[in-house]
Design a protein around this ligand. Structure first.
Ligand code: AGP
Length: 607
């Protein structure tokens, strides 16, 4: 994640930008910079490292009222360094851009711009935006940004400023949050409410595919294709917790909506989309090790264990390597037969789960090489493992794990391709199609998230249920388990996940009109088999809620939730989204404490 700040008003602009960046530092702090317009010229200061380094450069400097942009960076493209720090400028030095997210097609756009004579000075994808705006700068900044947006792909937001139009900032959102704090004679563009609440509580939140044309005294909101949007600012209650939630009601909801970025950032820097190669240097798995490795053991708890169940499909179907899955809380009590030929991968969001740490130690003591897939870089699991694959989901505060889970699945998908390539069971080129689909998954998740109202409607119908059954086959069976866990841990409704094929061996006795049955049938390879199970439920008067893809007809279910079409292997990452939202909204209707459910803790550090 990165942090964007912009200011137009009568205050001294430099302190406003610096203070705003400090409030956004949690979003990333490997480099930072500011740009202001003064006497028709752009002045830029940038530094690597924390905001304090930048502040020391401008300490005491006062330039009076003005317009400016600031940025604090979490590097995705290009090393954390001063030259890669934002703001980035065009050839003329008259246009600057700050950006959050990833411009996916930056290489081809950069190549075309270079062919047209543009000169680049950094390795970043961001700089492409500045030159594209320059290219289209014939009738002003607004139109130039709109035209630039039509050529960019990816999940990103940016703000742009030109010395030729010193009284306007353009802010465009296509993924990461971006908003405008509407002050009295001043306006502040920011990634998060934290940086604006010192000046105003009136907030205009931008939605995806919207841009704001911001002056000192006005804010116009348009769609990317130029349609005007009428929107009144929201007035936030003074609530520090709300502030941290970036305007979302709960951390869990914020984190559900952060999943596109979490997956992007987990994948970034690890994939060559040209050759199909995977780079997992921190995993510490060199070619010598692969000569001895024969199989994989995935060990975890709770939601992370559900990720491990999906990981087994990835490792066996992609890499064709045998893979076992274990509950960490069971592993060390069954005298596991592990050794130096088995790669043990512990999966843990917190990196502090006692059972998982104990299993990690047991595996290592028995000679197995251990790698941690973890979301917290400084955690025990990372420190005690031989290697790591960090998920870059950002801090996950809600007790119910969401963005960490889908980031774990993305990491496991990359690991499977990596293992297959290292063992020679697949060539990098064989990975390309799947990796390109993974790269597009954040877009598809955005689409699934935009259907939240349909899920909320379903939650309103079923929140009084006392039991739920979730069923699925194949790679989505772990998602049936995960959907059930999400529901039970935040709404306290008893919910069970079950293999759909196992229904007839007992659970079908539970079916009646009071038992909502959620059937996940998004993996085409078993859709016809699952259809029979759906008929069995209906024949016994059950209430059927199908989760299927946009292109699948459904004439038998009572309710249908849909996700965009996706390959079977990647369907779990998309299927879980509506189930996370269903659990969230049902818990809300039941008045439950979504972020801190009873009896639970974010990290179970006791056995
Ligand atoms: C998931 O929503 C729960 N909070 C819980 O099952 C969690 O996944 C489990 O405790 C494992 O935590 P970890 O990933 O931090 O090890």
């Amino acid at each position: 994640m990165c942090g964007i700040i912009g200011y137009l008003g009568s205050r001294d602009v430099i302190p406003v930008l610096i203070e705003g960046l400090k409030k956004l530092e949690y979003r990333g702090y490997d480099s930072a910079g500011i740009a202001i317009v003064q006497d028709g010229e752009l002045r830029i200061w940038r530094s690597s490292g924390k905001i304090a380094n930048l502040e020391s450069q401008v300490n005491g400097l006062r330039v009076g009222k003005g317009t400016g942009l600031g940025h604090t960076r979490w590097a995705t493209h290009g090393r954390p360094s001063e030259e890669n720090a934002h703001p980035h400028r065009d050839c003329s030095g008259k246009i600057v851009v700050v950006h959050n997210g990833i411009v996916e097609n930056y290489l081809e756009v950069k190549k075309a711009l270079i062919a047209e004579g543009h000169r680049f000075t950094t390795e970043t994808d961001t700089e492409v935006i500045a030159h594209l705006v320059e290219k289209h700068f014939t009738h002003g900044l607004e139109e130039a940004c709109r035209k630039a947006l039509s050529e960019l792909e990816g999940v990103f937001s940016f703000a742009a400023l030109s010395a030729k139009e010193p009284n306007v900032i353009i802010a465009a959102r296509n993924g990461p949050p971006l908003l405008v704090g509407v002050g009295d004679g001043e306006n502040i563009v920011s990634s998060d409410v934290d940086a604006v609440l010192a000046y105003t509580k009136r907030i205009l939140f931008l939605n995806n595919h919207e841009m704001a044309i911001v002056t000192q005294s006005s804010t116009r909101i348009m769609t990317f294709n130029g349609s005007h949007i009428e929107r009144e600012p929201e007035t936030l209650r003074w609530n520090p917790i709300m502030v941290e939630k970036g305007g979302f009601k709960h951390f869990m909801l914020k984190e559900i909506h952060e999943q596109p970025m979490a997956i992007r950032e987990t994948c970034y820097g690890r994939v060559s989309y040209d050759t199909g190669q995977i780079f997992l240097e921190d995993a510490g798995l060199d070619s010598d090790y692969f000569r001895q490795m024969r199989s994989v053991a995935l060990i975890a708890c709770g939601t992370s264990w559900h990720a491990a169940l999906v990981g087994k499909f990835y490792i066996e179907q992609i890499a064709r390597i045998p893979c076992e899955v274990d509950y960490a809380s069971e592993y060390r009590y069954r005298r596991p037969l592990t050794n130096g030929n088995i790669l043990t991968v512990v999966i843990t969001q917190s990196g502090e789960t006692a059972d998982t740490l104990a299993a990690l130690r047991e595996a290592r003591d028995l000679g197995s090489r251990v790698v941690a897939i973890c979301n917290v870089s400084g955690s025990m699991a990372v420190r005690e493992s031989d290697g790591m694959i960090l998920t870059h989901a950002g801090p996950e505060i809600g007790v119910a794990s969401t963005k960490a889970f889908t980031s774990q699945l993305a990491a496991l998908y990359l690991l499977a391709h990596f293992l297959g390539q290292q063992k020679g069971t697949i060539q990098p080129a064989d990975s390309l199609q799947g990796l390109h689909e993974l790269a597009r998954l954040p877009h598809l998740i955005e689409i699934a998230l935009q259907r939240e109202n349909e899920v909320d409607e379903l939650a309103r119908r079923f929140f009084r249920a006392s039991d739920f059954l979730y069923i699925a086959r194949g790679i989505n069976y772990p998602i049936a388990l995960e959907g059930a866990l999400k529901l039970k841990e935040i709404s306290y409704i008893h919910a069970e996940g079950y293999p759909a094929g196992e229904m007839k061996h007992g659970p079908i006795a539970l079916i009646d009109e009071d038992l909502p049955v959620v059937v996940i049938t998004t993996n085409r390879n078993l859709a016809s088999k699952t259809a029979s199970n759906m008929q069995e439920v209906k024949a016994r008067g059950g209430t059927l809620i199908a989760l299927t893809t946009d292109d699948e007809p459904d004439t038998v279910s009572d309710h249908v939730l849909r996700i965009p079409s996706v390959s079977d292997l990647l369907s779990p990452i998309l299927s879980v989204i509506p189930l996370q939202l269903l659990a969230y909204h049902i818990a809300l209707y039941r008045g439950c404490d979504v972020d801190q459910p009873r009896n639970l803790a974010k990290s179970v550090t006791v056995e």
